[in-house]
Design a protein. Structure first.
Length: 340
C-alpha cells in the first residue's frame, strides 16, 4: 500500500537527525596560490587564538578532476586570499597515505590552518590528530570523520535531507510503482550510506517500488556505465535508476542511451554538478540534490580565520547545510553548485 510523501519527509528528517555528511572522488592536482612561510612554532601560538590574519592555509581535497572538488578547492583558496592568507591546494586522490603525507607537508610548511575534504571517516582520525598536536587547527568540509573533539569544525551538506528530496522526486516521477536500480558510492564513505538510507526512507514506503539491483559503483562514471549496461542487458524491465552521486548517474545516463532507452528510464543523482544540470536541461536526467560546495568551503575558511584571530570559531563543531533539489523547474537558475 502506498503512503504519502509527507510521511517520507518525516522519516528522512529522522535519518537527518542521526547523521550529518557530504560527496565522492579520484586523480591528482596541485595548485598553489603563493607559497607561504611561517614556522611551526608560530603556527602553534597562532592556533591558540589572538593571532593575526596571514600565513598559509593548506586546502586538501579529493581529485580536482571531479568538478565538485575543484569547485570547493577553488572556493576555499579564493576566500583565503580575500582574507589576507596565502593558500596551497592539493589532492589526496582518496588515498589515506597521500593524505597523511600532505598533512605532514602542511605541518612542515608552517600552515596556520588546514581545510580538508578527507579520504575516509576512520583513516583520517590519526592524520588530523597529528595536525592538531602540531598546533594546526583542522576544518573538515563535505565529509565527516567518526570522531569529535579533534578538529575545529565539520561542515557538511545535509545529505539525508537532500537525498530525501531526490527520493521523493524519483518516486513521484515513477508514479510510486516500478522496478529500479540503485547505484551506491564507495563503501568506506559515510555519505554513501547516509544517502542510500535517506533514499530508502522514502522509496521503501511504496510496496509497488521494487529494487531490482543495488550495485556499488564507487562514485565512478565508467564503473557505473559498465554495471548499468550489464544490468540492462540482463533485465529489460527497469523503469528507474537512482544514484548516490551525479558522476554515477551520468554513467547510468550514458548506459541508458547506449541501450536505446532514453526517455523510458528515469535517472536521478546527487551533488548538483554542471553536467547533471545540463542533463536535466536535455531531459536525460530527472533531478539532482545540489550540495553548496563553494559556500561550505568558504565557511570553513572564514571560521579558520576567526579561530586564528580569536581562539574560537563561534560555531558548533558539527554543522549541516541544507541541499536544494534541482529539476526542470529551476535548472535554468543553476550556477556552479548554487541557485541564483
Amino acid at each position: 500500500m502506498r503512503r504519502t510523501l509527507r510521511s517520507g519527509a518525516v522519516l528522512v528528517a529522522a535519518v537527518s537527525a542521526l547523521a550529518l555528511a557530504g560527496c565522492s572522488g579520484s586523480s591528482g592536482t596541485t595548485e598553489t596560490s603563493d607559497s607561504a612561510s611561517s614556522t611551526a612554532s608560530d603556527t602553534a601560538s597562532e592556533s591558540a587564538g589572538g593571532g593575526e590574519a596571514g600565513g598559509l592555509i593548506a586546502v586538501i581535497t579529493p581529485s580536482h578532476s571531479n568538478v565538485f572538488f575543484k569547485a570547493e578547492a577553488d572556493g576555499a583558496v579564493a576566500k583565503a586570499e580575500e582574507l589576507g592568507y596565502t593558500a596551497q591546494s592539493d589532492s589526496h586522490d582518496d588515498d589515506p597515505n597521500k593524505q597523511s603525507e600532505l598533512i605532514d607537508t602542511a605541518i612542515s610548511n608552517g600552515a596556520v590552518a588546514i581545510i580538508l575534504d578527507n579520504a575516509g571517516a576512520d583513516v583520517t582520525i590519526g592524520a588530523v590528530q597529528k595536525a592538531e598536536d602540531a598546533g594546526i587547527p583542522v576544518f573538515l568540509i563535505d565529509r565527516e570523520i567518526n570522531e569529535t573533539g579533534i578538529v575545529q569544525a565539520q561542515i557538511v551538506s545535509n545529505n539525508a535531507q537532500g537525498a530525501g528530496l531526490v527520493g521523493e522526486a524519483f518516486v513521484e516521477a515513477m508514479g510510486g510503482t516500478g522496478r529500479y536500480i540503485e547505484l551506491v558510492g564507495r563503501e568506506t564513505d559515510t555519505n554513501a550510506h547516509v544517502r542510500s538510507d535517506a533514499y530508502h526512507a522514502v522509496i521503501d514506503q511504496y510496496s509497488d517500488m521494487e529494487m531490482a539491483a543495488q550495485e556499488t559503483a564507487n562514485w565512478d562514471q565508467q564503473e557505473a556505465f559498465s554495471k548499468v549496461e550489464t544490468l540492462l542487458q540482463a533485465d529489460s524491465d527497469i523503469q528507474g535508476i537512482i544514484a548516490g552521486n551525479d558522476t554515477m548517474a551520468l554513467g547510468a545516463v550514458a548506459a541508458v542511451d547506449a541501450a536505446g532507452l532514453t526517455g523510458k528510464i528515469i535517472v536521478a543523482g546527487f551533488d548538483g554538478s554542471p553536467d547533471a544540470a545540463q542533463a536535466i536541461k536535455d531531459g536525460t536526467m530527472l533531478a539532482t540534490g545540489l550540495q553548496p560546495a563553494v559556500q561550505i568551503a568558504q565557511m570553513a575558511v572564514e571560521q579558520a580565520d576567526q579561530f586564528i584571530r580569536t581562539g574560537s570559531t563561534g560555531a558548533d563543531e558539527k554543522q549541516s547545510i541544507d541541499c536544494i533539489l534541482i529539476d526542470k523547474s529551476n535548472v535554468d537558475r543553476y550556477t556552479l553548485f548554487a541557485i541564483e
